[in-house]
Design a protein around this ligand. Structure first.
Ligand SMILES: [Zn+2]
Length: 66
């Protein structure tokens, strides 16, 4: 499961001048309105389809090879 969710437009000002933030995975910065925000995948809508290998911690930059 990838968290590489890239926004096309800034949710605040609507501009496209977005770049990944150094704040971490899923964090983006808008050069137009100087806002930083984070996108996070909350999960699939159908309960019960979640898999154990799904990444749950957005701050964990490693793979769990358990
Ligand atoms: Zn913006």
């Amino acid at each position: 499961m990838s968290e590489r969710t890239a926004p096309f437009y800034c949710p605040y000002c609507g501009e496209e001048d977005l770049r990944p933030s150094e704040e971490g995975r899923g964090a983006w910065e808008c050069a137009s309105c100087n806002r930083a925000f984070r996108l996070s995948f909350l999960g699939l809508l159908a309960a019960g389809l979640r898999r154990d290998d799904a990444e749950t911690g957005e701050r964990s930059g490693r793979h769990d090879d358990d």
